[in-house]
Design a protein around this ligand. Structure first.
Ligand code: PMV
Length: 401
C-alpha cells in the first residue's frame, strides 16, 4: 500500500501523472499527423496543418481538408501580394539560411559525438520590411502561410513562436514588421529546413533594422529556435545554416566546429521519400530509447562516432569507395536506432543496386531524404529512384557558400 505521507510516493504519483500527460500528448500528435497525411497535406505544409489541427482540438480529415484549402487560398493571395521568384522578384534583397546534408553522424551528434555536414545549394531566403499596418506578420507564400503575431494568433504555431522568440531577443516585439520568406528548400525533409528558416529570418531582421548582429549572434539565436522546434538539438543544423560551409561538428569539444576542406566536390544524389521527416519525433524516440537502455545506445553512438572520424580520413585521402562503405555501415547503425523507414530502406537499396558507392538516410529520418554517393552512376541512380516514384536530384557538395 502506498504511503501518501511519504514524499517519495507523492513524487512517484507526480511522475506517473506527468508520464500519462506525455503519452496523451504523443497520441494526439500521432493522430493529428495521420489525419493530416490522409487529408493530403504535402511536406511543405504538413507541420503547419498538424499544428492547426492540434490548436482546433478537432483532428478530423474534413477539418484538415478545410485547413489545407484555407492555406492554399491564403498562399494564392499572398503570392499575388508579394510577387514570386518566377515573377522576377529580386532574391538578392533577401537574406539566406543554408540547407545541409549530414554525411555521417546524425543523432549521435546530439550525444556529443562527431558528425560531418555540408551545405547544399538550396537555401531559405527572407526579407523584412516595416508593416503597412500595426500588425507584425509572417508570410511564406509557397507554404500557404500568412500569420499575424498580434491578437488571436499570438503564440500559437511553432513558426509564430519561433518568430516571437527572435523578435524578443532582438528587442523588436513592439515594432510592426512584415517578414516574407521564400523557401528554396523543402520543409521536414531532413535538410535542416527549420534552422535555415530561422537563420534567414534573423538575418533579414538584422539587415532591415540595422542591428549589427554578427554570424555568431545569428547562429546562437537560431540555436534557441531549434530548441523550440525539437527540444535537444545538437547545434549542427543552425551552424551549417549560418556559416554555409562544410564542417566537422562536435558539441562536446571546446571548438565545436572545424571547417572541412574537400579536395574537390563530392558527387551525390539526394532522393526524397515524400514522407515528412519530423525531427522532433525521431530525436524524441531516440532519447526515450537511450534513457531506457543507456549502455546499449551509448555503444551505438560510439560506433557512429568512429564512422564519422574514419570518414574524415577517407575524405582527406579522397578514398570514395571507403567513404561509401562508411555511409552503408552508418545506415545500419541508424537502423539500429530505429530512425529509418520502409521508403528510406527502399531508396537505399535502389541506389546501391544502381551503382552508388554508399547510401544512407540524412538528418532526422523517419521519412525525409536519402543521400547516395555516386561518382559514376548519378544519372542511373536518379532514374531508378524516379521510376520507383521518388523525387531525386544530382548535387555536388563540399564547397562553401
Ligand atoms: O532533420 P534535420 O535536418 O533537422 O537534422 C537533424 C539532425 C539530428 O542529428 C537528428 C538532430 C540534431 O540536432 O543534430
Amino acid at each position: 500500500m502506498m504511503d501518501w505521507n511519504n514524499n517519495t510516493g507523492v513524487a512517484d504519483v507526480r511522475t506517473c501523472v506527468r508520464a500519462k500527460d506525455d503519452v496523451r500528448r504523443e497520441c494526439m500528435l500521432l493522430n493529428a499527423r495521420t489525419v493530416a497525411a490522409s487529408a493530403g497535406a504535402d511536406a511543405a505544409i504538413f507541420e503547419a496543418v498538424v499544428q492547426r489541427l492540434l490548436e482546433t482540438g478537432e483532428s478530423r480529415v474534413w477539418k484538415a481538408r478545410e485547413i489545407i484549402a484555407r492555406m492554399r487560398e491564403q498562399a494564392a493571395d499572398t503570392v499575388a501580394a508579394c510577387g514570386s521568384p518566377e515573377d522576377g522578384t529580386d532574391l538578392s534583397t533577401y537574406a539566406a539560411g543554408y540547407g545541409k546534408i549530414i554525411l555521417l553522424g546524425e543523432h549521435a551528434v546530439v550525444y556529443g559525438r562527431h558528425a560531418i555536414a555540408v551545405p547544399v545549394s538550396m537555401a531559405i531566403r527572407a526579407r523584412a520590411e516595416d508593416s503597412a499596418d500595426q500588425a507584425t506578420r509572417l508570410t511564406i507564400p509557397d507554404w500557404g502561410i500568412a500569420q499575424e503575431l498580434a491578437g488571436r494568433e499570438r503564440g500559437r504555431s511553432a513558426l509564430v513562436q519561433s518568430l516571437e522568440l527572435i523578435l524578443k531577443h532582438l528587442g523588436l516585439l513592439a515594432r510592426p514588421l512584415h517578414v516574407i520568406v521564400r523557401p528554396g528548400l523543402p520543409r521536414a525533409n531532413g535538410l535542416g529546413g527549420s534552422a535555415a528558416l530561422a537563420v534567414a529570418v534573423i538575418r533579414a531582421l538584422n539587415r532591415h533594422c540595422s542591428l549589427g548582429l554578427g554570424d555568431d549572434g545569428v547562429c546562437a539565436l537560431a540555436y534557441e529556435c531549434e530548441r523550440l522546434a525539437h527540444g535537444t538539438p545538437s547545434g549542427i543544423d543552425n551552424t551549417v545554416a549560418t556559416y554555409g560551409q562544410p564542417l566537422i561538428y562536435c558539441r562536446n569539444e571546446a571548438r565545436k566546429m572545424r571547417p572541412l576542406l574537400f579536395p574537390r566536390p563530392l558527387p551525390m544524389v539526394i532522393g526524397f521519400t515524400g514522407v515528412p521527416s519530423l525531427t522532433a519525433l525521431t530525436v524524441g524516440k531516440v532519447r526515450a530509447a537511450w534513457q531506457h537502455n543507456p549502455v546499449l545506445y551509448e555503444r551505438i553512438f560510439d560506433e557512429i562516432d568512429t564512422l564519422a572520424l574514419q570518414g574524415i580520413r577517407a575524405l582527406a585521402a579522397w578514398d570514395l569507395p571507403q567513404f561509401g562503405e562508411l555511409m552503408n555501415v552508418c545506415q545500419g547503425q541508424l537502423n539500429a536506432l530505429q530512425v529509418s523507414s520502409p521508403e528510406l530502406e527502399d531508396m537505399v537499396q535502389l541506389a546501391r543496386r544502381n551503382g552508388a558507392l554508399g547510401a544512407k538516410l540524412t538528418g532526422g529520418g523517419g521519412g525525409g531524404a536519402m543521400i547516395a554517393l555516386c561518382p559514376d552512376q548519378g544519372e542511373r541512380v536518379v532514374r531508378a529512384l524516379q521510376q520507383a516514384g521518388y523525387q531525386a536530384t544530382e548535387v555536388e557538395v563540399g564547397s562553401a557558400h
